[in-house]
Design a protein around this ligand. Structure first.
Ligand code: AMP
Ligand code: ZN
Length: 473
């Protein structure tokens, strides 16, 4: 590898050079969505930055295998969990079954990803596909003495570990003990930090999805799915595990506890965490305030790729605040950028020295703890430089393998859309004139026919005092 990628490893609390288990290969796992509702754009910030990491690895020559789970069963880790089970809540809200909800929101998630140019991971596995694997892992953990049965559930015994709070400093550890139990206490646990691997008895007794197991009919806890699904596809040695910062504790802490107890050795070397997107009120939520989704942005006229541009302008390790004002600025900057690239004359020869130089600058920015805003600066510098248009165009195309901003295609697509719009406008205006003439001639049947024909084409007419107005339905 020519370029050495470094990024922040939450496990060692340092920016470290990435050294994979197998030279040239990267085994990567991403905690997938809980499919009980649409993803908000905060969730999607996380997937955009993970996509950036994957594409950077590929850009500098790694052979990446990336796996992602879909949390379609439960989202519980202890009987002290407050609130309802998320999947069940979604099903009740929409009067559908849990599986119907899961299918619908899984599709919606990948549709959002498509609009944001997020590559689908090589393997996507729903938790409900892997119940046999979960049961096997839990059996082994019981056999090895890391898990116990209590009150009908199987718990992981955190007191068996030399170190449980692997991500935290001493002062944080003290704060974390029992952090999830401040509202409700699960009396079945031996230690406050123990967590459920398999439920047969829970206060959420009305679970729809349940399976036979050696411990009775029940369902898995949340953490076990990521340990099992990642090992199923990536084996016992993983390079990079990704997620949002809220996953550090308890989810990733518990994944490490159960995975390393199961395999008996270190599991994953690099832990990559993306900081949160916040709205002006603070933490983004699916229940309070404006539920910010990709569809909402589209309905307000934003191109979803502009949201990706917005995310890439800031560092994954910094919290980011969303505002429409900033998005408007991004939108204007994006339009200028794609116009500049779209107007380049791509017919001339490519200057291979300049091409290599800028590619190297771009890769170096990304290899420096994924400095995506610096990588975009390299793009702007390159466009300003005195080099041939075709070299610029080829570089923009190359950078877009990672940035995925439709840099070389968006302008032409926009122009084509504008041409269609202006053609449509001339047509509609001509029909409105015909309709006005028909009305004057008291030929109301013809006037209505024109209105209906336009309606069928998705055009709504409105008779106002200032004349006839039209809009797309
Ligand atoms: P969930 O669907 O709730 O399991 O979350 C999916 C992913 O989004 C997880 O990796 C979370 O850590 C991440 N996440 C949740 N909220 C935010 C946020 N406001 N900003 C960025 N990432 C988030
Ligand atoms: Zn996970």
């Amino acid at each position: 590898m020519e370029n050495k990628l470094s990024f922040y490893n939450t496990l060692t609390k340092k920016v470290e050079q990435f050294i994979p288990n197998i030279d040239g290969k990267a085994a990567m796992y991403t905690c997938g969505p809980t499919v009980y509702h649409y993803a908000h754009i905060g969730n999607l910030r996380c997937y955009i930055m993970e996509d950036l990491l994957e594409k950077t690895l590929r850009y500098i020559g790694y052979d990446v295998k990336r796996v992602m789970n879909i949390t379609d069963v439960g989202h519980l880790s202890s009987d002290a969990d407050t609130g309802e089970d998320k999947m069940l809540k979604g099903a009740k809200r929409e009067h559908k079954t849990v599986l119907e909800i899961a299918r619908f929101y899984t599709d919606a998630f990948f549709e959002d990803c498509r609009k944001l140019n997020i590559k689908t991971p090589d393997v996507v596995e729903p938790a409900t596909n892997c119940i046999t694997e979960f049961i096997h892992m839990i059996e082994v953990l019981i056999e090895k003495g890391y898990a116990y049965k209590s009150g009908g559930n199987i718990y992981f015994d955190t007191s068996r570990l030399q170190e449980y709070y692997v991500f935290s400093s001493q002062s944080e550890k003290e704060l974390l003990v029992g952090v999830r139990d401040d509202v409700d206490v699960d009396e079945n646990k031996k230690n406050k930090s123990d967590f459920v691997l398999w439920f047969t008895k829970s206060k959420f007794a009305d679970q729809e999805l349940k399976w036979e197991s050696p411990w009775g009919i029940g369902y898995p806890g949340w953490h076990i799915e990521c340990s099992c699904i990642s090992m199923k596809h990536l084996g016992e040695y993983m390079d990079i595990h990704c997620g949002g910062v809220d996953n550090i504790f308890p989810h990733h802490t518990n994944e490490i506890a159960q995975s390393e107890s199961y395999i008996g050795h270190k599991w994953c070397n690099y832990w990559f965490h993306v900081h949160h997107l916040n709205d002006i009120t603070g933490k983004m939520s699916k229940s309070k305030g404006d539920f910010l989704t990709v569809s909402l942005l589209e309905s307000k006229g934003y191109n979803p790729v502009v949201y990706r541009f917005f995310c890439l302008q800031s560092h994954y390790r910094k919290p980011l605040e969303f505002s429409y004002e900033v998005l408007d600025n991004m939108s204007a900057a994006y339009d200028k950028l794609i116009k500049k690239i779209g107007m380049l004359d791509k017919t001339g020869a490519i200057d291979s020295d300049k091409f290599a130089l800028y590619k190297e600058k771009f890769a170096s920015a990304l290899c420096d703890d994924l400095n995506s805003s610096m990588a975009i600066t390299v793009l702007y510098d390159m466009l300003k430089d005195d080099i041939s248009d075709s070299t610029k165009y080829a570089l923009a195309e190359s950078f877009d393998e990672v940035l995925s901003l439709d840099l070389t295609t968006a302008y032409a697509a926009k122009e084509a859309e504008n041409a269609i719009d202006s053609e449509l406008e001339s047509y509609v205006l001509a029909r409105i004139e015909e309709r006005t003439a028909a009305k004057k001639a008291k030929d109301f049947a013809k006037a209505d026919a024109i209105r209906n024909e336009l309606l069928e084409k998705g055009i709504v007419l409105e008779d106002t005092r200032e004349g006839v107005k039209w809009k797309k339905a």
